[in-house]
Design a protein around this ligand. Structure first.
Ligand SMILES: Nc1nc2c(ncn2[C@@H]2O[C@H](COP(=O)(O)OP(=O)(O)OP(=O)(O)O)[C@@H](O)[C@H]2O)c(=O)[nH]1
Ligand SMILES: [Mg+2]
Length: 160
């Protein structure tokens, strides 16, 4: 049996806990970790959820506000949640995204259902062709689409 981790990242309030709770088959264990003040436990996640794909594959969804906390070789990829309704947080989201891209693992960028895509792209400094998915973290089908997109990105990275 293989267990792989998917990191669900985002600035505070972006929707990480909701995203994981919407799709997890187990009750999500959530802890309150301090944000970016340097005294948190490396490797610790704020929320942990699980999806059993089949007998051989289990996905663990772990959330954090920082890419480094859930880095490492066992991470299949990153979901980067961006809250476009909070433009003041876009610089922090951009920094998080830069960390993720520097890490080289597959990732998807996700904005909320009602976000202004152009404003978010601009705030993140994303090139116009860069894929951005829309997802309301309360919507199970939308969360599933995001995870499938990440799995596709991971499969494409393996094939490359
Ligand atoms: N309007 C709207 N609300 C959304 C959407 N996606 C998520 N939300 C809401 O945004 C809020 C996100 O809160 P959390 O899931 O606690 O976010 P978090 O990233 O875990 O935040 P902290 O752990 O508190 O830093 C919830 O109230 C969600 O219902 C969306 O697409 N549109
Ligand atoms: Mg949370």
């Amino acid at each position: 049996m293989t267990a792989v981790r998917i990191a669900v990242l985002g600035t505070p309030g972006a929707g990480r806990t909701t995203f994981i709770r919407t799709i997890s088959e187990i009750m999500v264990l959530s802890t309150d970790l301090p944000d970016d003040d340097g005294d948190d436990v490396p490797g610790a996640a704020e929320d942990v959820g699980r999806i059993t794909v089949d007998r051989d594959l289990v996905l663990h969804l772990v959330s954090s506000g920082a890419a480094v906390r859930v880095g490492g070789p066992a991470v299949l990829g990153h979901v980067v949640l961006v809250d476009g309704s909070r433009p003041d947080r876009l610089p922090a989201a951009a920094a998080l995204l830069a960390d993720v891209r520097a890490g080289g693992a597959p990732y998807v960028v996700v904005v909320r259902a009602d976000d202004d895509l152009a404003a978010v792209r601009d705030g993140l400094g994303l090139e116009e062709q860069h894929p951005v998915l829309r997802c309301d973290a309360r919507d199970r089908a939308a969360v599933k689409r995001v995870l499938l997109a990440l799995l596709q990105a991971a499969a494409a990275a393996l094939a490359a």
